[in-house]
Ligand binder design. Structure first.
Ligand code: GLC
Ligand code: CA
Length: 540
């Protein structure tokens, strides 16, 4: 424990992601708001989390639900006011919970005053805040492929005779990071938020900021780390803040570099290699394939190994862009509770900082939506583009059910009452109808609930140093059904034993020690039952 106190707070912390739109509405407009988060802080304190990653609440056009900012220093009306934000930061602080702000720095909304100015003319001072290239209508300035939400990455502005560059939707123009004024402006804004008392930042698509569109480079541009070092130095460097970059393009080496313990860049990054193992190799996320389970173990093992003492891992199954973990990696039918707990035990035993996405602690599931219920900008585009590629409506909707982002965005299920206690109005997105069964009210005081498992895991992580510092070692890596590993420090060995199938499996090891947690009421020493998982702590 001695040693644990010298480590940065975020190494023993657990973070909870709130997607404000879908968390708790308090004024009946059907959209979650900041007051709603304040009202639910007691719930989060009971769960035991140490920080909230707050998806964007800044003023936004809301085409991509806040990931299209039109004012970085103000709060969107739908969520409240800057005073509400100050109150949230203070109320969370009283409960030892820090607020991690989600910063979208790769692009802004096309409604941002900077972009509106930029459109005024080539000599407007804000023109160079964005990435414009001269061109003729119909002839793209460079071949940069398809934008994330469909269509080309270039949009023509006839008045200027120029194209502007956007890696996401055309309403999300990319900022020009090569312009030192853009960077200085961003750093000033970040320091303004640091002065307000935020606990850190999550950086949206950070590995795409240093684009070099003329060379067709979007991810990992050559100046990326130069910018990050500079940002660190000018803003959060040396401060007691958690910083995590979203980096879809990061491999293991990059993850190590970003999270260098010398503090030159970030605390950690979100790295996504475990999120591609249930899609066809080389295909898009919509091309479903059976989970390559052994590969999943190898991906985790490699990161655990490579970052030990040389970096730091983020640990997650879920976020607002990903389908629900229990539906994706577990069994959301007859073993929903067991498999949701198994996934929790597996992840929280690893070295790194766990991130829980709202509702994950209840075992919330994917949802089947009809066409008219689809809300996400990505999904709306996919309905059109996949139809053009020849897929039937049923196939497209089935793909969305497996992988669509709306799965994570259905309202938080608080109670079995009207609209799950999320709103008294009409929710902006329909609820998952299973809220009558799966809800916080039912689980919070039930010692056998998924919620109780998460609460226990968070407390265990704080009670035993081996969770933070122990060295990871996989067991029987080629085993096609079991995920087994140990974590070892000078005094203890933690055994984490998980069955990823609905069949009984024989254990190749028989560890001795204290049972810390399991997802079954009794014990069978030599086997693991369907989706059974346990942690055993051995004294050395
Ligand atoms: C990130 C966000 C996602 C958003 C995109 C564009 O991937 O997590 O929600 O749509 O960036 O900002
Ligand atoms: Ca509201």
């Amino acid at each position: 424990m001695e040693q644990q106190q010298r480590l940065p707070w975020w190494k023993s912390a657990v973070v909870y992601q709130v997607y404000p739109r879908s968390f708790q509405d308090t004024n009946g407009d059907g959209i979650g708001d900041i007051q709603g988060i304040i009202n639910r802080l007691d719930y989060l304190q009971d769960l035991g989390i140490n920080a909230i990653w707050l998806s964007p609440v800044c003023r936004s056009s809301q085409k991509d639900n806040g990931y299209d900012v039109s004012d970085y220093r103000d709060i969107d009306d739908i969520f409240g006011t800057i005073d509400d934000m100050d109150r949230l930061i203070a109320a969370a602080k009283e409960r030892d919970i820090r607020i991690i702000l989600d910063l979208v720095l790769n692009h802004t909304s096309d409604q941002h005053p900077w972009f509106q100015q930029a459109l005024q003319g080539k000599d407007n001072p804000y023109h160079d805040y964005y990435v414009f290239r001269d061109g003729k209508e119909g002839v793209l300035p460079a071949n940069t492929g398809t934008a994330t939400f469909g269509g080309p990455m270039w949009t023509f502005v006839p008045e200027l005779g120029q194209y502007y560059f956007h890696q996401f939707a055309s309403c999300q123009p990319d900022l020009n990071w090569e312009n030192p004024e853009v960077r200085a402006e961003i750093y000033r804004m970040m320091n303004w938020w640091i002065d307000k008392g935020v606990g850190g930042f999550r950086f949206d698509v950070i590995d795409q900021i240093a684009k070099e569109p003329d060379k067709g480079v979007t991810f990992n541009g050559s100046r990326l780390h130069e910018y990050l070092l500079e940002m660190n130095e000018k803003t959060f460097g040396g401060k007691d803040l958690l910083t995590v970059g979203e980096a879809w393009g990061a491999d293991v080496d990059a993850a190590r570099r970003y999270s260098n313990p010398n503090g030159s860049e970030f605390s950690m990054v979100f790295q996504f290699s475990h999120m591609w193992l249930d899609a066809k190799e080389g295909g898009s996320k919509w091309d479903a394939a059976p989970l390559r389970f052994v590969e999943l173990k190898k991906v985790f093992s490699q990161l655990q190994d490579a970052l030990y003492n040389t970096g730091w891992n983020s640990l997650f199954w879920n976020n607002h862009d990903l389908p629900r973990a229990v539906s994706r990696f577990g069994n959301d039918k007859e073993y929903r509770v067991e498999s949701a707990k198994m996934l929790a035990i597996l992840l929280h035993g690893l070295q790194g900082t766990p991130f829980i996405y709202q509702g994950e602690e209840l075992g919330m599931t994917n949802v089947r939506l009809r066409k008219e219920q689809v809300r996400d900008i990505e999904a709306v585009n996919v309905l059109v583009s996949r139809a053009q590629e020849g897929f039937s409506e049923e196939e497209i909707l089935d793909g969305l059910y497996r992988k669509g982002r709306d799965n994570a965005r259905t309202p938080m299920q608080w109670t079995s009452g009207p609209n799950a206690g999320f709103t008294t109005g009409t929710p902006w997105i329909d609820l998952n109808p299973n809220y009558t069964e799966i809800n916080a009210e039912r689980q919070q005081h039930d010692p056998d609930s998924v919620f109780a498992t998460y609460r226990t895991l968070i407390r265990l992580r704080r009670a035993h140093a081996v969770f933070v510092t122990g060295k990871y070692e996989p067991i029987d890596l080629e085993n096609p059904a079991l995920f087994l590993y140990t974590r070892t420090d000078e005094t203890h060995r933690l055994w984490v034993l998980c069955n990823f199938t609905k069949d009984v499996q024989t254990l190749p090891v028989s560890p001795q020690g204290m049972l810390l947690i399991s997802n079954y009421a009794d014990e069978t020493p030599d086997t693991l039952r369907p989706y059974e998982a346990k942690m055993i702590l051995e004294q050395r």
